[in-house]
Ligand binder design. Structure first.
Ligand code: FMN
Length: 233
């Protein structure tokens, strides 16, 4: 298994230290130039049809972050794995189990959790929303969430049919996530893959990318979400 372990989890304090070009009279060892590393993001997909846009998200996040991808089994029906950005390694439930054979081996969901500075679940299916809201952890994605350090940013971009989005379960589950400090990037209204028109489509990848970039690189709270949550429609 490729190691994903890092010594530090805070990208703002984990620096790559490079030696400066020495000046004639200065001590080479004493002079260092500090270069901040890129933020490390876990980009995870669950089984919404919006996972067809996973590759676009991976491409745009890769412009400014180190990205590792995680996909649930149903989401693999929608993801073009061969077209994924070459720097983005994709991890699945099979990797979780094939990388472990004995006590002492790395456990993938823990290593990814230690490696990451932030996590984005896009798309977030109704099923995975319900599972993470209840703390269930029966695959790689949900095990990472269950082990997550919620002082680090987590973003979710729900995507589901309008009937699912307006179900009373959705508000219950989103409220649990918000209580944990998770940022919910609200879905939008448009013609859905099933042919219906209504709210529940995943926010556009460019919007998700900008929201995360602003929040992570500037530590600014970015999005006012509540007006688009189900209890307000
Ligand atoms: C063609 C197709 C499209 C689907 N689209 C969605 C969707 O947009 N949102 C959603 O929440 N579930 C959708 N589902 C249902 C999920 O794939 C299903 O609930 C699955 O168990 C989700 O698993 P996961 O959350 O572990 O990825 C779809 C199912 C099919 C067959």
């Amino acid at each position: 298994m490729e190691s994903v372990t890092s010594d530090a989890n805070d990208f703002t304090s984990d620096k790559v230290v490079e030696p400066n070009v020495p000046e004639a009279s200065s001590s080479f060892a004493a002079e260092k130039r500090v270069v901040p590393r890129k933020p490390r993001i876990i980009l995870a997909a669950s089984g919404s049809v919006a996972a067809i846009k996973f590759g676009i998200l991976a491409d745009s996040l890769s412009d400014w972050a180190e990205v590792r991808a995680v996909a649930t089994k149903p989401s693999l029906h929608f993801i073009d794995q061969k077209g994924l950005h070459p720097n983005v390694k994709l991890y699945t439930d099979d990797d979780e189990w094939s990388s472990w054979s004995k006590i002492g081996d790395d456990v993938l969901h823990i290593e990814l959790r230690k490696w990451a500075d932030a996590m984005l679940i896009a798309p977030l299916s109704a099923n995975t929303l319900a599972k993470v809201a209840g703390g269930l952890c029966d695959n790689l994605l949900t095990c990472i969430v269950r082990a997550w350090d919620f002082s680090k940013p987590m973003f979710v971009a729900p995507a589901m049919n309008t009937f699912m989005w307006t179900s009373p379960f959705t508000l219950r589950h989103l409220t649990s996530l918000e209580d944990l400090g998770v940022t919910v990037i609200a879905p939008i209204s448009k013609k859905l893959a099933c042919g219906d028109t209504g709210n529940g489509a995943m926010a556009e990848p460019a919007f998700i990318d900008s929201a995360m970039r602003l929040s992570i690189l500037t530590s600014e709270p970015t999005i006012q979400l509540l007006p688009a949550l189900p209890h307000t429609i």
